[in-house]
Design a protein around this ligand. Structure first.
Ligand SMILES: [Zn+2]
Length: 414
């Protein structure tokens, strides 16, 4: 098994002109493809009329007509034209996907960032030196990486290079040993918590309130600023700075949190819901939910880096009873089922996701088995009440404020 990793080196080449020329090249390719888009009318499932773009992918156009067009006045190496065409198509493809989902307007994508991707076949590597051609037989970039630490790890070889004004990013494949896993933990993502389940560990509740607060603080800051100085031209710059700081603080939080999770639950396979699919079941326009979703994406990406993850289908995980399999619409924080189950709704969802990881379907017998090794807690997160006929369990709390496992509400019975 291989993982893709990246290594950055700062360089001192002045590439402004070349990178700008390349950016314009991609934009020109996009312009040409865009002009050839065929817009056709289609009806969707709800019977609404939509205009769908058909992107011309004809090989003759792609490899000859468009290529020759872009080669005119292109003074750098020819292979950049091929890369630009590839990149233009992939940008348009992703625009089209989002347009069809209703997330982008019918406006031509604009390339803003200046960077070049260089495929592994288009640079040479010899004796610790990477050589990239800019102009044929005339201009080369040389990068000495013979002392780079990553070389010993790049057993799978080096991949694509990404070049921008200040950095060269070298991607490489790293072999990861397929160590056996100790167990699986399924995570249900919520706005203020992550709720994990594993039959041996039990219910793991990771508090995300602080992450929620970071966003809240910046939301209020932005609001204050907007009402105070709505006509100031410098406002935009300050708002941009706020967004950047908000992102950095949230990322920092997630970085520490995932490091803690990966360490505490070492050699576990972590299951996360597929957020793209989640979108299909829950078309929420709620701002907080959108922010939370982008946080979950970062959590998944970081966990993928630090541990091993599996992507799960979120369908019905909140509706299905993890004990008998019946569908119920949960109201409030408590999940109730006719079979007698009363359980925290997030724990119920996490157990359902866990069953999916194991390829099992819910049944009362299985449920009993899952709960056996883990007694002495309340299922609803409340203190156990003798009067209720419910299994007594409560969560293991992970408070991400201090990134340590703080306490158990009650000690599990032996
Ligand atoms: Zn049930």
């Amino acid at each position: 098994m291989y993982q893709i990793r990246a290594y950055n080196i700062k360089h001192n080449y002045n590439l402004k002109e070349f990178l700008e020329a390349y950016r314009l090249l991609i934009q020109r390719a996009i312009d040409e493809i865009w002009n050839r888009i065929e817009w056709i009318e289609k009806f969707n499932r709800e019977g609404r009329k939509r205009i769908i773009p058909i992107i011309l992918k004809d090989g003759c156009f792609k490899h000859h007509e468009l290529r020759n067009m872009l080669l005119i006045n292109w003074e750098y190496s020819k292979h950049y034209v091929d890369s630009a065409i590839k990149q233009a198509y992939s940008l348009l493809k992703s625009w089209r996907r989002n347009y069809i989902k209703g997330e982008r307007s019918r406006r031509k994508p604009v390339v803003k960032k200046r960077f070049v991707r260089i495929k592994e076949t288009l640079y040479s590597y010899k004796d610790g030196v990477i050589k990239v051609s800019i102009k044929p037989h005339e201009e080369y970039l040389i990068f000495d990486i013979s002392k780079a630490w990553f070389l010993s790890r790049a057993k799978g070889g080096m991949g694509e290079l990404i070049l921008n004004e200040n950095y060269l990013t070298i991607t490489y494949r790293r072999r990861v040993k397929g160590k056996p896993i100790n167990g699986k933990i399924a995570w249900d993502s919520n706005e203020k918590s992550l709720d994990g389940f594993n039959p041996k560990i039990g219910w793991i509740k990771v508090d995300l309130t602080n992450l929620f607060h970071i966003h809240r603080v910046y939301e209020l800051k932005r609001k204050r600023l907007q009402t105070r100085a709505s006509k100031k031209p410098s406002l935009k710059a300050i708002l941009r700075r706020y967004s950047k700081r908000e992102r950095n603080r949230a990322k920092d939080f997630v970085h520490k949190l995932t490091a803690q999770l990966a360490k505490q639950f070492r050699r576990h396979l972590h299951g996360f819901e597929d957020l793209r699919k989640e979108e299909m079941f829950n078309k929420s326009k709620n701002h907080n939910r959108k922010v939370a979703k982008s946080d979950w994406k970062v959590i998944q990406a970081f966990m993928d880096y630090k541990s091993r993850i599996e992507i799960l289908n979120p369908k019905n995980s909140t509706k299905r009873c993890s004990r008998c399999g019946m569908m119920n619409a949960p109201k409030g924080a408590l999940y109730k089922c006719k079979c007698g189950l009363r359980m925290d709704r997030q724990l119920n969802a996490a157990i359902n996701l866990y069953l999916q990881m194991e390829g099992l379907s819910p049944s009362p017998k299985l449920f009993q088995g899952l709960m056996r090794g883990w007694s002495g807690f309340t299922l609803t997160g409340e203190e156990a009440d003798e009067g209720f006929d419910e299994l007594a369990r409560s969560p293991r709390l992970m408070n991400s404020k201090s990134y340590v496992c703080l306490r158990r509400l009650r000690n599990p019975e032996p």
